[in-house]
Design a protein around this ligand. Sequence first.
Ligand code: NAD
Ligand code: GLY
Length: 367
Amino acid sequence: MRTVNVPLGPRSYSIRIGPGLCSRVGQECARLGLGRRCAVISDSNVAPRYAGVVEGSLRAAGFEPCVMTIPAGEPSKRLRHVEACYDRLAAHRLERKSFVAALGGGVVGDLAGFVAATYLRGVALVQVPTTLLAQVDSSVGGKVGVNLAAGKNLVGAFYQPGVVLCDLDTLGTLPDREYRAGLAEVIKYGIIYDAALFRRLERDLDRLLDRDPDTLAQVIARCCQIKAEVVGQDETEGGLRAILNFGHTIGHGLEAISRYGKYLHGEAIAMGQVAAARLSARLTGLPVREVERIRALFERAGLPTAVRLDRRQRERLLGAMRLDKKVSAGELKFVLAERVGRVRWGQAVPQLELERVLAGGSPAEGD
Ligand code: NAD
Ligand code: GLY
């Protein structure tokens, strides 16, 4: 088993990565000195597979869990389900020392995390991520929340878990499309922080697509280490943490205009990252050959790379992007790359450049 530490002073915690961790949730929670009563929040795909093992492990360690399930998928990440969870927590008489375990992908992690952050003004949170995306990204760093019709993640909090348990065995049942969507966040870490990781992904992508356990364990641990380093320096996104949003402004806009139904989050941010790379070629000197390396890696991972919108859809996308949390003083700020492995945050992008890239302008066009 690998362990990565997230250094946040009194809110520091460990990310454990390895096989069989669902059956050790009870033991791991016992080390945190938590109250007996607890809740496992999961979704309709994950609960039938893994909630029994997690519940059994908690009971064996002396806890009294109740299990609640939300319908699988992004449309569930909304306040209505948060309220339903509060009602169940109240019925199970959770107390201040109780805790919530989030068992599932990023949707469950974000929603259950928000429930934990707000119920009784905060009960402890344990993240048990079961998608690749959640293991490398959403379960780490403390961003929790839900969507509004107006936009992604518009209601939320920073609320760190007590521990993150990445059970690699759970990835074995993840549908192929979801697995590939997780690779979009993995590739992001190479672009924003680690050129050697990006080269490794170019070299080992086939092994990753085959879900080779050793390659997966190493790559997940490296991604978690990068996220821990970034979050450890800037927990609440005063500056550096913004680099984790590379490709997300456009990606979140695409998700919002398609009402969270057409693209998976990872697919939307794959398109967003390629568009951000094209913008980078125009504005921060990313060489055109690097744009092509980035596009080619997403394509090999089976992810969409081109934003194809008509004029009306483009206008809606620009409108949705203006509602993004990255807007400051009315101006949209982007993360742009200088080269693979190095990015700049807080970059203003002229409207014309954005429209040109969204309309499919090539990186070299007009240069
Ligand atoms: P998800 O939670 O919807 O899971 C994807 C699908 O896979 C779901 O249908 C789920 O039921 C199913 N599933 C999960 N684990 C499975 C398993 N082991 N076997 C079989 N099926 C399984 O989606 P996701 O991609 O994990 O997360 C996306 C969400 O994460 C988005 O809402 C996004 O905004 C959020 N996110 C949050 C952060 C953050 O920092 N908090 C970062 C990135 C993404
Ligand atoms: N996924 C973006 C962040 O955690 O900051």
